[in-house]
Design a protein around this ligand. Structure first.
Ligand SMILES: Cc1cc2nc3c(=O)[nH]c(=O)nc-3n(C[C@H](O)[C@H](O)[C@H](O)COP(=O)(O)O)c2cc1C
Length: 205
């Protein structure tokens, strides 16, 4: 789809057709293109838990203020950020070493910089996880739309509850949920609400 049209037509869809499933190859295609989203040092500090079974979606809905779209959508994704994605355990560093022709000094310099910029205190760690996953989130929704799949982002959720229920690690943080499915056309959406435009939000200095 033409990009501007894609932006115009993506909506947060509240009503999904429960009988229409996103097939597993389409889900893979969406995720594999969405991960082209940029991330700091290309560290990709994220993972995605896909709640597909009715039972997993039910467990999730209870921790998402009972928002029914969590179970009505074909799949509900938990977007998880890794607050320690800058540390040595990230396999991306090994790939980076290869990409720069084995220049260890260069990779060590990047690791040091990343550890300071993103790991030197809790605020930076959280910003690192949330900003990178935020970009992945938008990328996922636009990729989905390109594949004809509707979506809905959600942060009106119990972050700690989801963290516990789905067994996330100590350094992981739940950033948001995104549902994927197909709009139930019998239930129209509210017209899209207007945005604050350039003149309202931009200060050129
Ligand atoms: C981070 C984030 C969290 C959101 N959380 C919820 C939510 O918990 N429940 C909900 O109904 N909508 C939620 N929304 C959807 C917004 O209300 C919606 O994106 C906004 O009204 C604009 O509508 P549009 O996406 O159709 O253009 C969320 C959106 C974002 C980006």
């Amino acid at each position: 789809m033409e990009t501007i049209k894609l932006y115009n037509e993506r909506r947060s869809v509240n009503f999904f057709d429960k009988s229409k499933k996103v097939n597993s190859q389409t889900l893979k295609d969406i995720i594999n293109v969405a991960v082209l989203a940029p991330s700091a040092f290309n560290l990709q500090p994220w993972r995605i838990i896909v709640a597909e079974s009715d039972s997993a979606k039910e467990r999730l809905m209870k921790l998402a203020n009972n928002q029914e779209k969590v179970v009505e959508a074909s799949v509900s994704l938990i977007l998880v950020g890794n607050k320690n994605g800058w540390d040595d355990s990230n396999p991306v560093w090994a790939e980076m070493l290869q990409s720069v022709g084995g220049n260890q000094q260069m990779v060590d310099g990047a690791k040091q910089a990343a550890a300071y910029l993103y790991g030197s205190d809790e605020v930076r760690k959280m910003k690192f996880a949330e900003s990178n996953v935020g970009l992945l989130a938008m990328s996922l929704m636009l990729a989905a739309k390109e594949y004809g799949v509707d979506s809905h982002p959600m942060s009106g959720i119990d972050f700690d509850g989801i963290h516990k229920e789905f067994g996330l690690g100590e350094n992981e943080t739940v950033v948001m949920l995104i549902t994927f499915g197909y709009h139930d056309e019998a239930k129209p959406l509210y017209p899209r609400r207007p945005r604050l435009d350039f003149d309202k939000i931009v200060k050129v200095i």
